[in-house]
Design a protein around this ligand. Structure first.
Ligand code: ATP
Ligand code: NMN
Ligand code: ZN
Length: 275
């Protein structure tokens, strides 16, 4: 399929990013290669959306630091960006709502591109993005707005079955209306999980499972644990992120106690419990 005929895709990753690691960045590269290799898609942008403090996950440090670390980590990428809208909301925001918000933004960008192109010949954010993707010959104002797909690891997919964590309608909306790109993670069997779930199986053509052959077990939990023990985490995350962590002394036994004994926001919301 010619490049200009491909479906443009924006990938959105939601998570704690506490802190961001090289594996979070690899997820985007793996997903882009996979989607573009199908010959049907052109991935034009990646968005990292760190969760807000109201998520109340144990050891979750302040969003402003997690957002800043994500910004430092993506400095060298010409297509992965960081968006702080979710992190700035006072209440925890369901992932389906975050997806909806970014989808609406893409439509606003697309409509603005049309207005700007017709009236002023101005460049829009999406047009600038097209330059980045070296496809400036395509006029985005004459193509559809990109599709937005949620990007996650297989553990998040498997968390769909945790009681009171996700609303069924939210899952159906994410996989039915938008689509999911899921990176395999050892210990998780994403294909089997999709097969066993009626809603996921129904929308299986909208779920892209990307196998990571060079399995990479970096996790933010491991990074935090090593930092608390004074061990090196160099090369597990970008140097600038590590400098930021050391400069501000961000992870310690003290920070790991944050939200201890507090019920995670989605569980609170769906079970009607309070901390
Ligand atoms: N090694 C990995 N392989 C595949 N996906 C990953 C990996 N590490 C993180 N992810 C994915 O990155 C997203 C953000 O995850 P998150 O911020 O929870 O990172 P994490 O490393 O799992 O952190 P934590 O250990 O604190 O849970 C999620 O979709 C998660 O599944
Ligand atoms: N019902 C929901 O929408 C729901 C439930 C649990 C986690 N999440 C999201 O999934 C991500 C998971 O992050 P962690 O793996 O760091 O807990 C976060 O962005 C969180 O907001 C969403
Ligand atoms: Zn996680």
């Amino acid at each position: 399929m010619a490049l200009q005929e491909r479906i443009k895709v924006v990938l959105l990753a939601c998570g704690s990013f506490n802190p961001i690691t090289n594996m979070h960045l690899r997820m985007f590269e793996l997903a882009r290669d996979y989607l573009e290799d199908t010959g049907r898609y052109q991935v034009v942008k990646g968005i990292i959306s760190p969760v807000g403090d109201a998520y109340k996950k144990k050891g979750l440090i302040e969003a402003l630091h997690r957002v800043e670390m994500a910004r430092l980590a993506t400095e060298t990428s010409n297509w992965i960006t960081v968006d702080d809208w979710e992190s700035q909301q006072a209440e925890w925001v369901e992932t389906a709502k975050v997806v909806r918000h970014h989808h609406a933004e893409l439509f606003a960008d697309k409509n603005q591109a049309e207005v700007d192109t017709v009236r002023f010949g101005k460049r829009s954010r999406l047009e600038e993005n097209d330059d980045i993707c070296q496809s400036s010959s395509i006029d985005p104002s004459r193509t559809a707005a990109p599709e937005l797909k949620l990007l996650c690891g297989a553990d998040v997919l498997e968390s769909f079955s945790v009681p009171h964590l996700w609303k069924h309608d939210d899952i159906a909306e994410i996989v039915g209306r938008y689509g999911l790109v899921c990176i395999t993670r050892s210990g998780c069997d994403a294909e089997k999980f999709v097969y066993q779930s009626d809603v996921l199986h129904k929308h299986r053509r909208n779920i892209h499972i990307v196998r990571e052959w060079v399995t990479n077990e970096i996790s933010a939990t491991h990074v935090r644990r090593a930092l608390c023990r004074g061990q090196s985490v160099r090369y597990l995350l970008p140097d600038h992120v590590l400098d930021y962590i050391h400069h501000l002394g961000l992870y310690s036994d003290e920070s790991e106690k944050k939200n201890a004994n507090v019920i995670l926001a989605p569980l609170q919301r769906y079970t009607g419990t309070a901390d």
